[in-house]
Design a protein around this ligand. Structure first.
Ligand code: BYC
Ligand code: FE
Ligand code: FE
Length: 471
């Protein structure tokens, strides 16, 4: 049986004309579909979901809406349109023509970046696979699946690069993307935050708020790459990432709103008994997700990062808008460090500090949404402020790995941390409580007790639209 891949895989990379790539994809696609069936959203095979599918990169094509049977979703391969005469924007090759093929001397670094990026995409789908069973509404169920299919597409994007540009070892790496699994003891995903459990919807909203935002910042840095196909791929992925963060931000906002409503209505902050999530618990989940996401940026001082930058493979956030030489000759940057039991700030060569700089950009962006959550809380006249924990809190990578501290950054002994960490991170009892709220709501327009309705529906549809049809 022959499959018209040009038809089943929407693309703008001339797939039909590239026989070598087609053959690689012919091998990989069935394995991908098998993985989706085994490791993707549970019990989703028969569902018909109101999804957006990218069928081209222009304004009208990239967001095509309609009900789709989940396994028949058409995962496509899209690169943002080429920029005429694009140059390498930073590093030692600054000003040279951007590379249309892999520069031989940087092959392994480039492959490693693409593999690390690609690995996170299926990981997130695996982490979220149980959530469909406990959706708080059809609207949310649809958003979950939208995020999942797009993360699947992001895997396709990286697999395309590996198969099209890296020959045999690229094909092997593509196969391994489907062999590592989130939380697997023998073959875990590469980055730790992608091995954590995401088994409840509060975690899902925190994930899409914080972890997908790491995606935004990493993709933005890779979009600066001198390797043009990577740059173009990431630029297109970023258009999809915006929606994932929207799901996270509006999800947390709706939780906060529902809680504050209930606090006002009953004039109490003891709200768990009304089936809503108390704000201290929201704070604990925030502490957890934000801190594990800070780890995703790597070490504050990193020779890997310095190499990626000088080689022209991975830039800074919005590199071209930064007013400097883009080579960081003699430039310095302040990074946090832990010395004599104290957090201090030390000046290091800026080129080694690009992980830290990206993390700082990320923190600023994360804070903006938290400010909006606090605005909602204030509007209800509730006295409570959500905050991002200090960078030293609950870290496993970098200068603060192994250091114990409160969310305010007060250092403590590990014995005390063990005793008190339940004040700041979700405890088993907190997880149990959240799980007790995870009762599926599948009647169009209805919401679970713990979350407010969204302000509007999707793509002009009403909130009580049947976003997911069960057959
Ligand atoms: N966990 O020199 P360093 C997304 C390792 S999210 C475990 O600082 P580097 C998405 C590191 O590998 C975006 N290990 O590392 C979101 C190194 O190992 P070796 C994902 C870690 O390379 C939601 C050693 O520690 N994209 O798209 O400068 C849903 C030394 O570290 C971790 C990318 O990450 C960790 N957290 O920085 C779906 C972009 N951190 O060499 C999708 C590509 C570090 O000693 N990746 N290590 O064996 C990169 O740019 C870099 O690999 C990192 C790490 C920024 C992640
Ligand atoms: Fe992604
Ligand atoms: Fe994402």
């Amino acid at each position: 049986m022959s499959i018209d891949y040009n038809e089943t895989i929407p693309n703008n990379v001339n797939l039909a004309d590239d026989r070598r790539l087609l053959r690689a994809l012919e091998r990989w696609q069935p394995a991908y579909l098998k993985w989706w069936e085994d490791m993707g959203p549970v019990e989703s095979t028969d569902l018909s979901v109101y999804l957006r599918t990218a069928i081209s990169v222009d304004k009208n094509g990239w967001a095509n809406y309609g009900h789709v049977k989940m396994p028949e979703y058409r995962w496509g391969i899209f690169l943002a349109p080429p920029e005429e005469g694009r140059k390498v924007g930073f590093g030692v090759h600054k000003g040279e023509d951007a590379w249309q093929s892999v520069p031989g001397e940087y092959r392994s670094e480039l492959r490693r970046l693409i593999v690390t990026q690609g690995d996170t995409e299926p990981a997130s789908v695996e982490q979220q696979r149980q959530l469909g069973k406990t959706c708080p509404s059809l609207y949310d169920l649809r958003n979950l699946f939208q995020v999942n299919v797009e993360e699947g597409r992001h895997l396709w994007a990286m697999v395309y690069l590996l198969q099209a540009y890296f020959g045999r070892d690229g094909r092997e790496e593509a196969d391994m993307m489907l062999e590592r699994h989130a939380g697997d003891v023998d073959k875990p995903r590469i980055l730790q935050a992608f091995n954590e459990q995401t088994n409840d919807w509060l975690s899902f909203f925190m994930f899409t708020y914080f972890q997908d935002r790491d995606g935004k910042y990493q993709l933005a840095s890779l979009a600066e790459s001198g390797f043009d196909p990577l740059s173009r791929t990431c630029r297109f992925m970023l258009t999809e990432e915006a929606h994932h963060m929207f799901v996270g931000e509006t999800g947390i906002a709706r939780v906060v709103q529902r809680t504050c409503e209930t606090m006002r209505e009953h004039d109490t902050d003891d709200v768990r008994r009304f089936g809503v999530i108390d704000l201290p618990t929201v704070q604990k989940f925030m502490n957890f997700h934000y801190s594990i996401c800070l780890d995703l940026f790597g070490q504050e001082r990193s020779t890997n990062a310095a190499n990626y930058f000088s080689m022209g493979l991975k830039g800074r956030f919005q590199e071209s808008r930064i007013d400097d030489d883009h080579q960081l000759d003699g430039a310095v940057y302040k990074v946090p460090s832990f010395e004599d039991g104290r957090v201090v700030s030390v000046e290091v060569p800026a080129i080694t500090a690009s992980n830290e700089r990206l993390r700082a950009d990320y923190t600023k962006d994360s804070q903006r949404g938290v400010d909006r959550f606090n605005k909602i809380i204030r509007e209800y006249g509730v006295e409570f402020e959500l905050t991002l924990p200090h960078e030293v809190f609950n870290r496993s990578i970098g200068a603060f790995a192994g250091v114990e501290a409160t969310p305010d950054g007060a250092i403590m002994e590990s014995a005390e941390w063990e005793k008190r960490k339940g004040e700041w991170l979700p405890t088993d009892a907190d997880h149990e409580f959240i799980q007790s709220l995870m009762i599926p709501v599948t009647e169009p327009g209805k919401m679970a007790s713990w979350i407010a309705a969204p302000r509007r529906g999707i793509h002009g549809q009403p909130i009580d639209y049947d976003y997911v049809r069960f057959h």
